[in-house]
Design a protein around this ligand. Structure first.
Ligand SMILES: *[C@@H]1O[C@H](CO)[C@@H](O)[C@H](O)[C@H]1NC(C)=O
Ligand SMILES: *[C@@H]1O[C@H](CO)[C@@H](O)[C@H](O)[C@H]1NC(C)=O
Ligand SMILES: *[C@@H]1O[C@H](CO)[C@@H](O)[C@H](O)[C@H]1NC(C)=O
Ligand SMILES: *[C@@H]1O[C@H](CO)[C@@H](O)[C@H](O)[C@H]1NC(C)=O
Length: 395
């Protein structure tokens, strides 16, 4: 017997008990009983209606959908998913705008659990402070006892690989003894596509305009080409005129190096203007600059695969989220960062980088719409992961 039936019966019983006690019941008590019964019945109908609607939504949610909406939280199929009813309810709340941060659950935002072994794959984006981050991982590897491996310096940084090279990379990374971290500048590589166990994916992003400016002056800083000249003596030293060219002038004069054209496939100079490409992957749709197709793929890879995508501009949140979502590797990360790295080091701070006029940045920003959207998306996801933890105010 359902709760509703029990409730109905007890109401009817009350009614009879009252009726027996006084053969001519007062009209008022009869009325109260009647109202109680009809209210119960109305509630029952209403609940049933809600149930049906939820079930309909579930069906819709379970249907395969190629164009997964960007903000949808995709849960994996390798671990038991939370009850679909809960997901449907969250979806309903989201769609009615009554979604509250407090209803976020860490479990749904935790891709670490999808990894099949403790291999951390950090396919680092250049110029997002990943040098510092590498140092952090190196120190943590001693403290938390895991292997530390990184790719060596490349003559030409190849971030897009042919399928057989992707497979070879995936096989190599997963052959390290767990727990281990492997670090390389490379596009997102989908291990599952090659039947290789998924690692724990992590990465960092940065404001796309600041990043492009940072790269622009990085390749002009003396230590950059000196380091490269030592590694590859036959590389010619750059033209002094090129070295002296400043970013503002480069943009305003319409210099080829600083023209960021939508859909362009070649960047020529290798300035890695497409931060999203490190998440989109090796597919040809990922190459055209600032395009919707590449943006959607990048978002999908982050939602489905990345345990954490940190944000350079919000290092505290990044470290807190990493400590909680990838504890095997990042336990104590904040402590190591603030007491062992930041205190003594200014790794890769480019003193040769002059300030850039905000108006010039705005001109560039107009051509980076999708890149900015991707960056904002990563920022929001990191915030969601933080809120889901429900930590006390002081972090
Ligand atoms: C921005 O894009 C437009 C249209 O694609 C192009 O004409 C212009 O040169 C670009 N500006 C910059 C600064 O990249
Ligand atoms: C990665 O590959 C798996 C297996 O082929 C697939 O299910 C998944 O959607 C892929 N991920 C992305 C982001 O394409
Ligand atoms: C980040 O955390 C450190 C150490 O916990 C603290 O000193 C600092 O003020 C925090 N910064 C921000 C912006 O919250
Ligand atoms: C995420 O999953 C990993 C691996 O199962 C676990 O160690 C960690 O505690 C989880 N974090 C959160 C916040 O759920």
């Amino acid at each position: 017997m359902t709760r509703f039936h029990q409730f109905m019966c007890s109401n009817i019983m009350d009614f009879f008990v009252q009726n027996r006690r006084s053969f001519f019941p007062k009209r008022a008590s009869e009325l109260v009983a009647l109202v109680a019964i009809s209210t119960t019945f109305f509630l029952f109908l209403h609940t049933r209606d809600l149930n049906t609607r939820l079930r309909e939504m579930e069906v819709r949610l379970l249907q395969p959908d190629d164009t997964i909406s960007a903000n949808q939280i995709v849960s994996g199929n390798s671990a038991p998913a939370p009850p679909t009813r809960v997901r449907a309810m969250m979806k309903l709340l989201q769609s009615t705008g009554r979604f509250q941060m407090t209803s976020l659950e860490p479990y749904q935002l935790n891709n670490t659990r999808k990894a099949m072994h403790d291999i951390l794959f950090f396919n680092r984006v250049p110029k997002v402070g990943s040098q510092t981050f590498m140092e952090l991982l190196r120190l943590l590897s001693i403290q938390n006892e895991f292997g530390f491996h990184q790719d060596r310096i490349q003559r030409v940084e190849t971030i897009r690989l042919a399928p057989e090279d992707q497979a070879a990379l995936a096989a190599m990374v997963s052959s390290y003894e767990a727990p281990s971290v492997y670090i390389k500048h490379v596009c997102f590589t989908n291990f599952s596509e090659f039947g290789i166990p998924e690692p724990i994916y992590v990465n960092l992003v940065r404001d796309p305009i600041e990043r492009v400016i940072s790269w622009y002056y990085y390749v002009r800083a003396p230590w950059y080409y000196v380091e490269r000249k030592i590694a590859f003596p036959d590389i010619p030293l750059p033209d002094p005129k090129w070295l002296k060219k400043d970013f503002e002038h480069c943009v305003l004069s319409g210099d080829r190096e600083c023209r960021y054209v939508q859909g362009a496939k070649r960047e020529g100079i290798g300035d890695h203007r497409r931060q999203s490409m490190f998440f989109c992957g090796h597919h040809e749709e990922c190459t055209p600059f600032n395009t919707e197709g590449a943006l959607q793929r990048a978002k999908r890879a982050v939602e489905q695969h990345y345990a954490v995508v940190g944000v350079l501009e919000d290092l505290n949140t990044t470290l807190t989220v990493l400590e909680h979502y990838v504890p095997r590797f990042f336990e104590g990360a904040k402590d190591v960062y603030y007491n062992k790295i930041q205190r003594y080091n200014t790794i890769n701070k480019n003193v040769f980088k002059p300030p850039v006029n905000e108006l010039v940045k705005d001109i560039v920003r107009k051509n980076f719409t999708k890149e900015i959207e991707f960056y904002e998306f990563c920022k929001q996801r990191l915030q969601k992961q933080l809120y889901a933890l429900r930590l006390p105010e002081k972090r």
